[in-house]
Every structure is written in structure tokens, then in C-alpha cells.
Ligand binder design. Structure first.
Ligand code: FES
Ligand SMILES: [Fe+2]
Length: 314
């Protein structure tokens, strides 16, 4: 796609499904990174992700393929593949041809998402996506979920967080909170302190974002409505991205919070996303933008992103 020809598909951990979308024994087709993939869950509960086409004669493993114990069986001739991709059974052969394997991708389940490690150059995962304890806690609500498919490159979406000036013009935010960012290899932390005026006085809060590569971030809002947002952004191809927002909040009297400031906060973040989409879908990526002193750390952020572009992409 011409609008973003200079940005390839990044590598790293990317969500391909919500965990509860793939139950035990289920096989689903998905399309990410410009590739057909299948996601499945074995009988012991392990999630597996394969490139879709069987190495035998090319059947689509997600169209009629079945989970059989700890393997995924091809619908065409019944070959069975372990979650690693290794072929472990051919029902009608005496010997399995050496080295035969489906395109098994490294998978990881965290915070209610199934992630895959995507790198066309074939590297092993070189960073982790941590489990956030609140995601599993009974004291926090079940996730309130939102999804978008956006015709824009993942980096353009992620850049929004450091683009301080747009908040005023796109989202109508009055004061732009100055934020500070620190990086450590593939992770990046940003904190923006926020002072809120409430009928009961000023409340000091903040927005703390942790990015784990370009595919996943946690955003913690503190102050009047404590909220944790899990954001996944997965390239569908080099011009589109699938975004998932999962919000959790502390339960009130053992129940998910309803209405009030807690709901208003989520509504506002979703509204902001909807306001950003038309800008992203019609903008052009400028590799050498003209920036001014009031802009956020955009150049800095882009430098951080470079580590996620595969060497083979030049
Ligand atoms: S094509 Fe998959 S087993 Fe033959
Ligand atoms: Fe925005």
C-alpha cells in the first residue's frame, strides 16, 4: 500500500485471539501479518498457532482440521502435528519423513490474549510479555472489550501516545499533560501525571503506559477511576491493524462496576480511538516529518520502533 510503503510489518509478540475465543478442541482460521494462520487449543488446554497450510500436500489446517489429544490433525490425510509444529503421527505410514513440520509459531498466553512471536527472519523470542496480576484477580472486573480494524500501520497507531499536540485538536483535551518516557530495550514506560478537579477536591492521578514491543501495552489510570487497559495491536498486513482494548476495573461490593466515573473513563478512551481512526486512515506516513518544539518525543519514539523491523526488510 502506497501510503505506508516505508514501514514493513514489525516483529515481536502480537495477539491473534482473546484466550476465551479458542476453547479446548477448537480450531480457528485467522489472518495476520499478511498470512493465513490457524489457532487451536489442545485437550490439555495448550494454545497452538500454525501457518495454515499443511506441509504434506498443502491442505488448509483450519478448514476441517481437528484437535486430537495434543495434536492438530490435517483434514486431508490425517497427519498429526504437535503444537511445536512437529509431525508426530501419520496414520498410514511406517516412517515419518525426517524433519517434517507444520509452520508452528511460538505462542504465549498472557492477560487474556493468545500471542504469537512473529519474525519472518525466524528469531527466537527475545523479550517477554509479563502477566499482570490484576488480569487474574477476582477483585477486578471481567474485561470490557472493544475491537477495531484500522487501515493504517501499527506504528502510526502507537505513535499517537507520544503525539502530545494532537490531544487538543483531535480529542478536545484542554491541557496537554507533559509525560516522561524511559526505555529499556523492547519495553518503554511513559508516565503522565494528571490533576483532576472533583467536587471533593483535587485528586492527583496519572496514566502509566508500559509497551512491550509494538504489539502490546498496559495502561494504568489512577486517580478518580482506577482502570487497567490492555491494548493489543496486530498487523493484518502492511497497511491494516487489528486493535483490541480490554478494560478492567476494581469490583465494587464484589460486582463489576456499573456506570459512574468508571464507565465514563472507558467511554472517553473509546471515543478518543474513534476520533483518531479517520486521521490514521487518511494520513500518509512521512519518514522525515517537520517537527516543532511543542511536539512530543515523536522522533525518539520512532527510533525505539526501529528495533522491531526485521533485518530482511532492509
Ligand atoms: S495435506 Fe495434510 S495430511 Fe495431506
Ligand atoms: Fe489520539
Amino acid at each position: 500500500m502506497e501510503r505506508c510503503e516505508t514501514l514493513p510489518i514489525p516483529r515481536g509478540w502480537f495477539a491473534v485471539a482473546h484466550s476465551d475465543e479458542i476453547s479446548v478442541g477448537e480450531v480457528q482460521k485467522v489472518h495476520y501479518f499478511g498470512e493465513d494462520l490457524v489457532v487451536f487449543r489442545t485437550e490439555s488446554g495448550e494454545a497452538g498457532v500454525f501457518e495454515a497450510f499443511c506441509p504434506h500436500l498443502g491442505a488448509h489446517l483450519g478448514v476441517g482440521g481437528k484437535v486430537d489429544g495434543e495434536t492438530l490433525r490435517c483434514p486431508f490425510h490425517g497427519w498429526g502435528f504437535a503444537t511445536s509444529g512437529e509431525c508426530v503421527d501419520i496414520p498410514y505410514a511406517k516412517r515419518i519423513p525426517p524433519g517434517v513440520r507444520a509452520g508452528g509459531l511460538q505462542a504465549l498466553e498472557r492477560n487474556g490474549f493468545i500471542f504469537v512471536w512473529w519474525d519472518p527472519d525466524g528469531s527466537e523470542a527475545w523479550y517477554d510479555v509479563p502477566e499482570v496480576p490484576e488480569a487474574l484477580s477476582d477483585d477486578w472486573s471481567s474485561p470490557d472489550r472493544y475491537e477495531w480494524k484500522v487501515s493504517a500501520h501499527s506504528q502510526e497507531l502507537a505513535e499517537n501516545g507520544v503525539d502530545q499536540a494532537h490531544f487538543q485538536f483531535v480529542h478536545g483535551t484542554l491541557a496537554v499533560p507533559a509525560s516522561e518516557s524511559t526505555e529499556e530495550g523492547p519495553t518503554r514506560r511513559t508516565f503522565a501525571p494528571i490533576e483532576m478537579k472533583t467536587p471533593r477536591g483535587d485528586v492527583n492521578g496519572g496514566i502509566e503506559t508500559h509497551m512491550y514491543g509494538m504489539g502490546f501495552a498496559t495502561v494504568r489510570f489512577t486517580g478518580i477511576a482506577e482502570t487497567l487497559e490492555f491494548t493489543s495491536t496486530t498487523p493484518i498486513d502492511d497497511g491494516r491493524a487489528h486493535v483490541r482494548y480490554n478494560f478492567i476495573q476494581p469490583k465494587v461490593d464484589g460486582k463489576d462496576p456499573e456506570g459512574g466515573v468508571a464507565a465514563a473513563l472507558i467511554r472517553d478512551i473509546v471515543k478518543q480511538m474513534n476520533e483518531d481512526v479517520p486521521i490514521w486512515e487518511n494520513k500518509k506516513y512521512l519518514p522525515r516529518p517537520t517537527l516543532c518544539d511543542g511536539d512530543g518525543p515523536i522522533a525518539d519514539f520512532r527510533r525505539w520502533c526501529e528495533q522491531f523491523y526485521p533485518d530482511s526488510a532492509g
